[in-house]
Design a protein around this ligand. Structure first.
Ligand code: DAH
Length: 340
């Protein structure tokens, strides 16, 4: 009797195939559950005559292991099928990934960083919300200077001492406060002026300021540094021209033009038929500025320059409407795709 039952269970597990994990669980209950067919065999086993117990016991135990293995194998087979069904199809065509592009202002700034880092300048930054001392007073602006006027400067309401910086020269002051000569820094950043927004003027733009202070720094060093900058930016045959100018914080001061790259100096629409393009302001740091910042002008001298990043971008990329740099229109930005 028990032999027949064993044979029948063996036959079943040899032919049954579960369709789902639920089927497997049903089979487990059918064979190995409390009232399962294999469990029942152990009850039947009590009736088996003693002299046969050894042989039948071994058969029943074997069968139990066999059934258990069958259940495990079915479980694994169906479990794996399920995982396989969830796997992505790696042969499918992928969605194209849109790669961003650098903003033209970032491109120019990065170029300036590497040009100046190559000759030992460090990049330093300062706050956009500043006080009068760092933006004006320590830079030798007299109290009645028109740049302090509400027309040009955004003062923070209720406190006329706190304002949005109108130039990054304030960062030069901070560099002088926190380090001792020799100082060799460039200071990039956003600046703010109370201007009506148009294609040629904006209330926000970017500057990169440079400052070099050491013993025996002369105007010749300034000129040579600017020539190096112009040639790195616009090409090896670029010429520069300095015109006398005025800034409260430099003496003497100059405005710097570079030869127009487009017409090679012959004159064209871009340089307004002069052959020259104005790019930056510069000068020897005024002894008063050094004194205000506890640097002895009898021992040290220095030069400074400030360049408008949008201005350089306009020259380099021929984008003449300043507003485009701030609108972040993707149709504009994607034109710089791939430019590093
Ligand atoms: N701060 C000036 C401006 O915003 C630019 C400038 C001119 C900076 C001469 C300098 C400099 O450091 O020496 O127009």
């Amino acid at each position: 009797m028990i032999y027949n039952k064993i044979a029948s269970i063996k036959e079943q597990i040899a032919t049954i195939k579960a369709e789902s994990l639920k089927d497997v669980e049903d089979l487990r209950i059918k064979f190995l559950g409390k009232k399962g067919l294999v469990t029942e065999l152990f009850n039947d086993f009590r009736e088996v005559p003693n002299e046969m117990k050894r042989e039948v016991g071994a058969l029943v135990n074997d069968l139990k292991n066999q059934v258990q293995e069958f259940i495990n194998a079915e479980k694994e087979r169906l479990g794996n099928v399920k995982v396989a069904a969830n796997k992505p199809d790696l042969t499918l065509q992928s969605e194209p990934i849109e790669i961003g592009s650098r903003h033209p202002i970032s491109l120019i700034k990065n170029e300036l960083y590497s040009i100046f880092q190559a000759i030992g300048y460090k990049v330093v930054e300062g706050p956009e919300i500043e006080d009068d001392w760092h933006v004006f007073s320590s830079l030798n602006f007299p109290p009645e200077h028109p740049a302090r006027d509400m027309q040009d400067t955004f003062f923070i309401e209720k406190n006329p001492d706190i304002l949005l910086r109108t130039h990054t020269s304030s960062v030069q002051v901070r560099a002088m406060e926190t380090s001792k000569p020799p100082i060799r820094v460039i200071c990039p950043g956003r600046v703010f002026r109370n201007e009506a927004i148009s294609a040629r003027a904006h209330c926000i733009f970017h500057q990169v300021e440079g400052l070099y202070i050491d013993k025996n720094v002369s105007f010749a060093d300034l000129k040579q540094t600017l020539l190096y900058l112009a040639r790195e930016l616009f090409g090896a045959d670029t010429k520069i021209r300095l015109r006398p100018s005025f800034f409260p914080f430099t003496e003497p001061s100059a405005e710097v033009d570079v030869s127009c790259k487009l017409c090679g100096g012959k004159g064209c629409g871009v340089c307004k038929y002069t052959g020259w393009l104005e790019v930056l302001g510069c000068g020897m740091v005024d002894p008063n500025v050094l004194r205000y910042n506890n640097i002895d002008p009898e021992v040290y001298s220095g030069f400074a320059f400030g360049v408008g990043v949008e201005r350089l971008a306009m020259l380099k990329y021929q984008v003449k409407d300043l507003r485009l740099y701030f609108e972040n229109d993707v149709r504009f930005l994607e034109q710089f795709h791939g430019v590093i």
